[in-house]
Ligand binder design. Structure first.
Ligand SMILES: *Cc1c(COP(=O)(O)O)cnc(C)c1O
Length: 356
């Protein structure tokens, strides 16, 4: 591994600044009368008791997540308002606007670029290869030349749906002194082990996960970042003090007690995906189907706009990804319920018949 020095990567103003100390940071012991945070002591207009500010560091929720994810130290977990909050905070902790840059491997998730743009941070792009796998040599060369502060891997990748070759990720973790973020939003659908089990080996590794996909909780907004306690404390230093609501924490704590049901749901989605892809692959209008490790897949048509319009006319909305790098002709389809997948398939089948 190339010499890695965390503080050399952090923006100097972030290193220097004092963290905002909220009322609940300054006192967290036992007391009976809380007159320190200007809350409404009399009650709440909500049907639940939400008149108090939530725990700024989410102790209970983080320890439950540490157990679920086999993380030794809850200090290695950051919780955000979706993993999108973590992505934004990483850019802001490490990248000096107009000076520093990040590296992306397109086609990939759009938020990395958006967060860079908001913060006036430049982007080095190293396209995935034709098989949508990372090009290790080119990544390392470009990293040496352009010195990105952060390199983003998305595995399984959105939109191409494939897991990134672990040997490539490992080579970049070893061969670069940047922060390497592996976004595992879809890892539960892949059957692959999480990179969280390698956290102790790589001081520059960050893993992102979310409750939005496999857990079926996109509406509660909870994302996770796993990294060294040193990296996590930097995020906690600059996050909004009360970024996770009690409503969110409560819903997630409940869901963690029903983890077997989540596993069953994931298996159902994967089975449904495999069946749907098999059926769709038989249609004459389908040029190519990319293999999937996620709860969505990419399918290529000669005329994706026409297929999109036909599906829309049948009330089915998919994502047209044809404009992305190396994605010409591709629609991205999320796996639905058996009934929804049937509606989708029948609409495609009818369209194919007309075309032949
Ligand atoms: C859906 C998705 C996320 C999740 O974002 P949240 O803010 O946690 O809902 C993160 N990364 C990728 C690649 C995604 O597709």
């Amino acid at each position: 591994m190339i010499h890695f020095e965390l503080n050399a990567l952090v923006r100097s103003n972030i290193l220097k600044m004092e963290k905002y100390a909220s009322a609940r940071d300054e006192f967290s012991g036992k007391a009976t009368v809380f007159l320190d945070a200007n809350e409404n002591s009399i009650g709440s207009m909500s049907s639940r008791n939400l008149n108090r500010y939530p725990d700024p560091l989410q102790k209970q929720l983080r320890s439950a997540i540490a157990e679920e994810k086999n993380i030794r130290n809850a200090g290695q977990i950051f919780l955000g308002n979706g993993s999108d909050e973590a992505i934004d905070l990483f850019v802001r902790v490490f990248c000096e606007p107009r000076i520093d840059r990040i590296m992306l491997l397109p086609p990939t998730y759009g938020m990395y670029r958006v967060c860079a743009a908001i913060n006036d941070v430049a982007v080095t792009e190293v396209p995935l290869k034709e098989d949508f796998m990372p090009d290790t040599e080119k990544i390392l060369k470009a990293a040496e030349k352009t010195k990105p502060k952060i390199i983003f891997f998305c595995s399984p990748n959105n939109p191409s749906a494939n897991l990134m070759d672990p040997a490539a990720v490992e080579a970049v973790l070893h061969g670069s002194n940047a922060i390497v973020i592996v976004d595992e939003a879809y890892v539960d659908f892949s059957g692959a082990p999480s990179w969280t089990r390698r956290l102790d080996e790589f001081p520059n590794l960050v893993v992102l996960q979310t409750f939005s996909k496999a857990w079926g909780m996109a509406g509660v907004r909870l994302g996770m970042a796993f990294a060294s306690a040193e990296i996590i404390s930097l995020l906690n230093k600059i996050k909004y003090p009360y970024n996770i609501s009690d409503v969110t924490a409560e819903a997630v704590l409940k869901s963690l007690k029903r983890r077997e049901e989540k596993e069953i749901m994931v298996r159902r989605i994967v089975e449904e995906r495999n069946q749907l892809m098999k059926k769709i692959s038989g249609l004459s209008i389908v040029e190519k189907l990319l293999p999937s490790d996620a709860n969505f897949f990419m399918v290529r048509f000669a005329n994706p706009e026409a297929v999109y319009a036909r599906l829309r006319d049948n009330g089915v909305i998919v994502r047209n990804r044809s404009g992305l790098l190396n994605c010409r002709g591709y629609l991205r389809i999320t796996v639905g319920t058996p009934e929804e997948n049937d509606i989708l398939y029948k609409a495609l089948e009818a369209y194919a018949k007309e075309q032949s």
